[in-house]
Design a protein around this ligand. Structure first.
Ligand code: NAP
Length: 420
């Protein structure tokens, strides 16, 4: 029998204990041994829980105990969780975690500490979707050319609701009422949670060691109903996308932002709280992964699959690389070198010559307009326009010039557009 200690018996921890009991027979047959939770670590042992396991408040009773073979970290947070995982690995115990925030900051360090010990984290990205195993194993013959992911169900729910009419605040409130958004949804809506997940995927795909602060991260808070009207009229959806693009031999673009995506693309069909990831490999072409990105049971499905893998004796390296890359490490493409199509929302004075001036400012920066819609508002005009492919640096310079114009009635707003 394999004895498991769980640090954190909350939403996911409880579901893990229940799944191990409910599917005990098939799990035993697949793993080759029975898997039993022998201890749980919590903050408040007096709290009523849906599972009956021995509890403690001292994580060392799990990470240092002779009675525990494998440690599962499901407490969340960064620094305290880091101590727990480090302690478990230092005491020779394989570790499984669902903690994307921890991995966004400490994955390479923890890989070093783990060495040959199994360290699995399938549940940290896409909840129940087996995307880490797909990248680390199923697609390991490929150079990963591109990954695009909808990795935050809260944001996708809000964006789907806004698409059907309504503003950001009421969509967020509805998400909170339904339990999809936390009381403090900041990390979800500002794109940081998605960035954590993107960095985990990027490490497996490119072995690149960067932090959330190093990459372009924009949230969905500034989106307005008129952006969805433009998207609808021009055949797009708006999605918060995590994007990784291989550029040249060993450079990679990593970014998170709300994106206009053609309705014809498969990812644009992912609605509500669901998650989805498209991965393009140089050998396989495009593959797509879809499923529930959160929730106790979906996440437990991934945690328990990691447990089964560990019990089977798999020793796949944590981030999927057994040796350094001979071609050298992947480097991050600087933000200003990103290339994309763009969408602008400009609030301008209703005056002859304004449009001509905007076109000339854009032309000075080599930016050409693809589509344009005008919407009359009280006292001003909303210009919604999309561009052909341009460089981020040129777009930023054009925005600076636009901001300086007297005819600008509102702060200019822009989004990136992902054309195939
Ligand atoms: N929920 C999801 O859908 C989901 C999906 C994917 C990944 N994840 C990740 O899974 C992890 C757990 O999430 P969750 O939703 O299950 O969280 P949760 O419901 O808040 O549960 C956290 C658990 O950890 C315990 N805990 C927290 N800090 C502790 C400390 N310092 N010492 C001892 N115990 C402590 C809590 O104890 P008490 O019960 O006594 O408060 C609770 O049992 C997080 O890393 C999260 O990002 C969650």
């Amino acid at each position: 029998m394999v004895k498991v200690g769980i640090v954190g018996v909350g939403t996911v921890g409880e579901s893990v204990v229940k799944t191990l009991l409910k599917n005990r027979d098939i799990i035993k047959a697949r793993a080759g041994k029975e898997i039993k939770v022998v201890k749980g670590v919590v903050r408040d042992p007096s709290k009523k829980r849906g599972v009956d396991i021995p509890l403690t408040t001292d994580y060392r009773q799990v990470t240092e105990s002779e009675e525990v073979d494998v440690v599962v970290e499901l407490m969340g947070g960064v620094e305290e969780a880091y101590k727990v995982v480090k302690s478990a690995l230092s005491h020779g115990k394989p570790v499984i975690t669902a903690n994307k925030a921890l991995l966004a900051y400490h994955r390479f360090e923890l890989q070093q500490i783990a060495g040959e010990l199994p360290f699995q984290y399938e549940a940290s990205v896409g909840g129940g979707i087996p995307i880490i195993k797909a990248l680390r194993e199923g697609l390991s013959a490929n150079h990963i050319l591109q990954m695009s992911g909808i990795l935050n169900g809260t944001c996708n729910y809000i964006l789907t609701a806004m698409e059907q009419g309504g503003d950001y605040q009421s969509a967020l409130q509805r998400a909170q009422e339904l339990g999809y958004a936390e009381a403090d949804p900041t990390l979800d809506v500002n794109g940081m949670d998605t960035a954590h997940k993107l960095l985990i995927l990027a490490s497996v795909a490119y072995n690149i060691d960067v932090r959330p602060e190093d990459i372009l991260v924009e949230g969905i808070e500034e989106l307005s109903p008129v952006d969805f009207e433009f998207a609808q009229e021009m055949g797009y959806k708006i999605k918060l996308l995590a994007i990784a693009k291989k550029r040249g031999e060993n450079r990679v673009e990593l970014r998170v932002h709300p994106t206009l995506l053609p309705k014809t693309q498969l990812l644009s069909k992912i609605e509500g709280v669901m998650n989805g990831v498209s991965v393009i490999g140089d050998v396989v072409g495009e593959t797509l992964y879809y499923g529930p990105g959160a929730g106790g049971d979906a996440t437990a499905s991934a945690v328990v699959s990691d447990l089964i893998e560990v019990v089977r004796g798999s020793n796949t390296p944590m981030l999927g690389y057994k040796k350094p890359l001979e071609m050298g490490d992947f480097q991050l493409v600087p933000q200003m070198e990103i290339e994309s199509c763009y969408y602008f929302r400009l609030g301008v004075e209703d005056k002859i010559g304004t449009l001509a001036k905007i076109s000339s400012i854009l032309a000075e920066e080599g930016i050409s307009i693809k589509n344009l819609i005008q919407k009359q508002r009280e006292g001003y005009v909303k210009l919604l326009l999309s561009t052909h492919r341009s460089k981020e640096a040129n777009i930023q310079r054009a925005l600076e010039k636009l901001r300086a114009q007297k005819f600008m009635k509102r702060e200019p707003f822009f989004l990136r557009v992902e054309e195939k």
